[in-house]
Design a protein around this ligand. Structure first.
Ligand code: ZN
Length: 170
């Protein structure tokens, strides 16, 4: 990966400049990982790296006022899968400066906040994917035979639930 993932965590006194703002913003991180990205309106469009047939220009992302990046693929909708392909995690969509700050106490507070945001995203994914599994189970209970595509979707759900677990383990 071109960007540096680790800040000066646990190294005692961080240089003062590092407290202001990390040079690597989530947007820069994504733009580095997606060299074909181009501006469109307020955000960007890129080819989805997730390996599906409608990948051309399907990945959309935009930087929010707080520096976080909202990302969505209009073809696969698989944000976690896209991130995994790029070697990133949900946490990389949130500003790094949350991890570099003056006192140890506020560092701990910011880490908790940052983790809470990542957990919240993971829970949203988990709740949605659980509903996919539930509807498949309901169909089976009704004696409906799932199609090959539906079975694949259930296995994607299992994969995303595993990803969400990974995010929550930190
Ligand atoms: Zn996609």
């Amino acid at each position: 990966m071109a960007h540096t993932k680790k800040g000066p965590l646990g190294s005692g006194a961080a240089p003062r400049q590092a407290c202001e703002m990390s040079a690597v913003t989530p947007l820069n991180c994504l733009l580095t990982a997606l060299p074909d990205a181009r501006r469109q309106g307020k955000g960007y469009r890129a080819n989805c790296p997730n390996g599906h047939s409608k990948a051309k220009g399907s990945l959309s992302f935009v930087e929010c006022a707080d520096g976080a990046v909202l990302m969505h693929c209009f073809a696969c909708g698989d944000t976690l899968g896209v991130l995994r392909t790029l070697g990133l995690t949900l946490a990389d969509l949130y500003p790094r400066h949350l991890q570099t700050c003056h006192s140890r106490r506020s560092l701990r507070e910011r880490r908790l906040h940052y983790r809470a945001v990542a957990w919240s995203s993971a829970l949203t994914v988990a709740a949605y994917e659980a509903s996919v599994v539930l509807s498949a189970a309901a169909a089976i209970a009704e004696g409906i035979r799932l199609s090959h595509e539906e079975l694949l979707r259930v296995s994607v759900a299992a994969e995303r639930l595993e990803d969400a677990r990974g995010v929550m383990r930190g």
